[in-house]
Design a binder for this molecule. Sequence first.
Ligand SMILES: [Zn+2]
Ligand SMILES: [Zn+2]
Length: 336
Amino acid sequence: MKAMVLEGKKKIELKDIEKPTPGLNDVIVRIKATSICGTDLHLYQGLLPAKVPMVLGHEASGEITEVGANVKSAKVGEKVYIDPILTCGECRLCTIGRYNVCENRRVIGHDIAEGTFCEYVRVPETNVFAIPKTISFEEAALIETTSVAVHSVKRARIDLGDNVAILGAGPIGLLAIQAARIAGAGATIVTEIQPNRIKLADQLGADEVIDASQGDVEKKIMELTNGVGPDVVMEVIGRPDTVEQAIRLVRKGGRVVVVGLTTIPAKLEILLLTRRELEIIGSNAYMMKVERVGEMVGSGKINVKPLITHHMPLEKLPEALALLERNEGIKMMLKL
Ligand SMILES: [Zn+2]
Ligand SMILES: [Zn+2]
């Protein structure tokens, strides 16, 4: 089968590799659409360790072409999207329902070298879900990303009428705006520097979008919240300075949710935390059934379509990664 194989730092080649066969409880999915995640870019750039040679990719949808001997409900020909996170179900964290931080968590296309940037992928039956009839393969491929955003909003425990600031309008930020509104946010205030993302944040329902490249962002946010600060600030960029900014901005007793990833340490003024009684909450992947999120995308409550700025054939993966490196586009969708 055709596969885009990562061979080393910034080296991806189209190869002919062996097609996977299903284990007893697995299905084989013929990929139809697969999008590129920030994690794929980091693995490609060598910023995260990759088990080369490997096939990247974990956001995908397609059609089941084979099922293992013990598979109960999944059927050949079914159109599905993939939950790429495999959990053990047995460790202490799984047994208390914290699957997302399972001690033995493995992600397809990351810890597992057989990702979705190829023709066929092997997935346990429990990790595929029927695509709602109302959406395309492309939209279904983004249900995984949407789940990350929905989980982060759940972590924020938004109460009806809460003012929510979202720092960063990349894919997760743009989806978090929509999820926060569903969760009952009063005002959603977004900061972003890229013009195309500013436009999209506005289009997808943000109440206020602040161009963070102009003027004093913090002053503007304080004005918009009557000098009190937002009830919730979500950091969806992954930079130490914006994490510090989130902590400065949030109201007393408020919640800061950190979704962005960075290995660079941030400074924390401990007095801000104690005197202002803040909560700083991390958010990692998701721990609800992605099917719930699939329903929200299927019903149009969350609109993923405008995030797809580029459609390309699988072979164009290196070009798509280069565009992302230059911050062009939002979601790159590879089609097969
Ligand atoms: Zn992802
Ligand atoms: Zn576990």
